[in-house]
Design a protein around this ligand. Structure first.
Ligand code: ZN
Length: 88
């Protein structure tokens, strides 16, 4: 493959970086494209991406100032659970 035709095809570690950036709206257009293409053929990263966005949502919700401490602890437990499940 020539460089020109495969520059959009990134490896898993670069896809993970793009994924992290995308979570925080730091990814540029090209990075989002690369990530999308990678996710189309990489099952592992699709799983990672899905889990990542789930965790981001949980963390954003847990950061809400109106959120009581009890609720925050609940989120933390859930986040721990997500990681524990992934190791199985
Ligand atoms: Zn991958």
């Amino acid at each position: 493959m020539s460089k020109k035709s495969n520059f959009l095809f990134v490896d898993c570690s670069e896809a993970a970086t793009c994924c992290d950036k995308a979570q925080y709206e730091e990814a540029d257009f090209l990075e989002k494209i690369k990530l999308t293409i990678h996710l189309m053929f990489c099952k592992t990263c699709r799983k990672f991406s899905k889990r990542n966005s789930k965790l981001t949502n949980l963390m954003q919700e847990s950061k809400l100032e109106t959120c009581p401490e009890e609720k925050k602890n609940q989120w933390r437990q859930q986040i721990k659970k997500e990681f524990a499940e992934d190791r199985n």
